[in-house]
Design a protein around this ligand. Sequence first.
Ligand code: ZN
Length: 87
Amino acid sequence: MPTYVYKCSDCNHLFEAVHSYKDRLDECPSCKSIGKISKQFNTPIQIVNHNTGVKNKAGTVVNREIRKYKEQIKEYNKNMKKENNKK
Ligand SMILES: [Zn+2]
């Protein structure tokens, strides 16, 4: 199952969750807010912009996440090719 990165807009908690594509997470595991978390797959850079006070730390997280996203995209493309070959 794929790993997703979420960020809570309430407490800025950044966390990973493993679940299937169809599932959705609603609750922040840190502050328990409902409906405040959003997937960070397409816009990991936002983490840096929103947390100017912890720029270096956030940057490290972002770099790590970007590396992970690239791996995921590679995996995704591989799987897509496999899917296409089946047809
Ligand atoms: Zn939260």
